[in-house]
Each structure stands twice: as C-alpha cells, then as structure tokens.
Design a protein around this ligand. Structure first.
Ligand SMILES: NC(=O)c1ccc[n+]([C@@H]2O[C@H](COP(=O)([O-])OP(=O)(O)OC[C@H]3O[C@@H](n4cnc5c(N)ncnc54)[C@H](OP(=O)(O)O)[C@@H]3O)[C@@H](O)[C@H]2O)c1
Length: 337
C-alpha cells in the first residue's frame, strides 16, 4: 500500500498547515485513487483556515483542497472510464462530503468519484490541468442543476438558443468556466471583467465584455441587451450580485440569478436566485463525462485561467493559500507535487 502524506490544518486559524503521514484509502466501487501531480488553491481554503464560515462543520486535524491532477493509482470495482496509470484531472469532493479527508486534495493520494474526473492528454501538464475542477463544477452546477439556471447540456456542436446569458466576473476562475459552458450550450454570453482581460474573455467565447469599474457598466449592459432575450445571469464574484439584479430586472427573459455566494433573502417581485450548492448527481455526467471528456480530448475546451505555480511539495501549499488570499486576476495558484 502506498505511503501517504498530507498537509493538515491542525486547529482553528492555525498557520501554517502541518505536513505529516496520512492514511491511504482505497477507492469505493465507483471511485478512483489519484496520485497527485499538482493541486490548485481556491478562496475557500483561506476561508476555512481562517474560520470565516463558522457554521461550516470542521474537525481537526483535517485536510483541505478540491483541485487535483495526477495519475490513477487504483480503481474501484465498477470503474469503466479509467485504468491504472491514466493521467487525469479531478474534483476532490471531501469538503462537500462533510470534510471527508480521503477525498481532499492536499495530500499525495486522493479518492475521487469516477464521474468527477476526466482523462487529460500527455501534452497537458498536471499544473495546467489542475486549475479546472472546482470552478468547472461550480459553473456547471449554477448553469445546469434544475434548481438553478437549468440550461440545456453543453455540446461540442451546440444548438443556437437565440438567448443571452450575463456572466458577471468573467475573468474569475468560476466565470471563465461559466462563459465556456454557456457558449457550449448554445448561448450568447455578455460578461464583465477588467479592461486588461477583455481579450481573454473574448477567447473564452463571450461576444461582449464590459469593464465593471465603469460607472455606466450596468446601464451599458442593459442597453446592449435591449431587443434580446436573456437566459438569466450567473454571478461569479463577491460584488457582482447587485449589478446582475439590476440588469435582469431591466431585461426581457429569465429572471433567475445563479450566484457563487449567499444571496439576499428578500428579492424584488418576479426575481429569483440561488447560492450555488453542488449536487454532482445533477451535473457530473452531463458536464464531466459527456462534455468535458471529449472536449479535452479534442482540444475544444480552454483549460483556463493559466496556472501561477508558487512552489513544489506539500510544504508549499500554505504559501499558495496565502498568495490566493491576496487576490487573483485571470490566474490560479498551483503547487506541483
Ligand atoms: N458556491 C460555490 O460552491 C463556490 C465554488 C467556488 C468558488 N466560489 C466563490 O466564487 C468566487 C470566485 O472564485 P474564483 O476562484 O473564481 O475567484 P478568482 O478567480 O480568485 O477571482 C478573481 C477574479 O474576480 C474578478 N472580479 C473581482 N471582483 C469583481 C467584480 N466586482 N466584478 C467583476 N469581476 C470581479 C477579477 O476580475 P479582473 O481580474 O478582470 O478584475 C479576478 O480575475 C469566490 O468568492 C469563491 O469563494 C463559490
């Protein structure tokens, strides 16, 4: 059995993470174990380390981390998509399974659900691939779950829907995936970002992009959407909800806003909204298995944003969390293992 090591959060607010031996867990029937080649850092890791979500159940010591890429070490008895030795990216779902440590990313070996992993080509580095999983899952949940925007599934040959989706915060990691997925579902996308990221946003497939620093950003987008039908809005960042609300109120079409962060309890009449909570059974097959797997194989999905590699080894994960906390722009913090 392989010898495993992890970066542990050993107590509330304790800094840095502490590296030490961890149990190796074999996969369940529909799971794989990945030997991690690189992991990425998300805002939720400093939020949990700093105990900024007091209602969230924690246990100590615990293992954080949701993004990984590496090599399949072991497969469960029902796994059909992968074999030992395959190179994959995967969404480590430990936090969302009550902080189940074997399913968390900041360790050498992680248990991942078969339908939350995708094979990656030999020419794609683990560092490039690991930027994707959590933000791809979040975008897919907000777009496809029937309790959110409930859009039709993404396709390599999308049927045009003649509707427009607003993505507020297109240069964020979640927003970058929401743009690409919505385009793959056949929607036109209008997004917001800093001016320096306009070219990046257009490469992802948005047709129009507006600078959210402009005083007229909301009225400019409302004017751009006049005469169109919107499919709702996807708010991908902390301060994006109010802009989405004004635009959805003023536009024709769906009045639903999917949001990455908690939404107001009281909304104007006719508007509905939800804080994205992932239920993989509602999106993993249509997004990971049926779409992302062939899209990556055929080079038809931009694995974005680009990685910012801050170090190597489990000991470097803390500096990655500290770097993420300073704020990112169209980049994602990555650690090689
Ligand atoms: N609900 C969930 O399950 C879930 C899952 C994952 C993440 N999240 C949350 O989603 C948020 C985004 O996460 P992430 O990893 O994607 O973040 P990130 O990549 O670190 O976000 C940074 C980006 O946000 C953009 N941005 C910041 N403020 C903005 C504003 N007011 N308007 C438009 N764009 C703005 C910046 O764009 P420019 O560089 O162009 O200025 C920057 O590129 C975080 O709050 C995170 O905690 C929630």
């Amino acid at each position: 059995m392989p010898s495993n090591f992890a970066a542990f959060l050993v107590g509330e607010g304790v800094h840095p993470l502490s590296v030490g031996p961890a149990p190796y867990t074999s996969p369940g029937p529909s799971e794989i174990v990945v030997k991690n080649g690189a992991v990425a850092v998300n805002p939720i890791e400093y939020i949990l380390q700093d105990h900024l979500m007091p209602s969230f159940p924690m246990h100590y010591p615990m293992i954080l981390g949701q993004d990984l890429a590496g090599v399949v070490e072991e497969i469960g008895s029902n796994v059909t998509q992968f074999k030992v030795g395959d190179r994959v990216l995967g969404h480590a779902f430990g936090m969302l399974h009550n902080n189940n440590d074997p399913e968390s990313a900041f360790q050498l070996y992680t248990v991942v659900g078969e339908e939350m992993a995708v094979a990656i080509p030999d020419e794609m580095s683990f560092e490039a691939a690991t930027v994707l999983p959590l933000c791809f899952s979040t975008a897919a949940a907000g777009l496809y779950q029937d309790n959110f925007l409930n859009l039709p599934p993404p396709s390599l040959n999308p049927t045009p829907r003649n509707q427009t989706l607003l993505v507020w915060g297109g240069a964020s990691c979640v927003g970058s995936n929401a743009i690409q997925l919505a385009v793959a579902s056949g929607y036109e996308v209008v997004a917001t970002a800093s001016a320096k990221n306009f070219d990046y946003i257009k490469q992802l497939g948005a047709t129009q992009v507006y600078d959210y620093h402009s005083d007229s950003v909301v009225s400019d987008i409302i004017a751009c959407l006049k005469g169109k039908v919107i499919a709702g809005a996807f708010n991908a960042v902390k301060d994006g909800f109010d802009g989405c609300l004004e635009i959805v109120q003023a536009s024709e079409g769906s009045k639903f806003i999917s949001s990455v962060l908690p939404v107001p309890e009281v909304l104007p009449a006719g508007i509905s909204s939800g804080w994205i909570l992932m239920e993989p059974a509602k999106f993993s097959k249509l997004a990971y298995v049926d779409f992302l797997t062939p899209a990556i194989k055929e080079g038809k999905y931009i694995v974005a944003p680009k990685p910012l590699i801050v170090g190597k080894g489990l000991e470097a994960i803390q500096s990655g969390i500290d770097r993420q906390k300073q704020g990112m722009s169209a980049e994602k913090v990555v650690i090689s293992l």
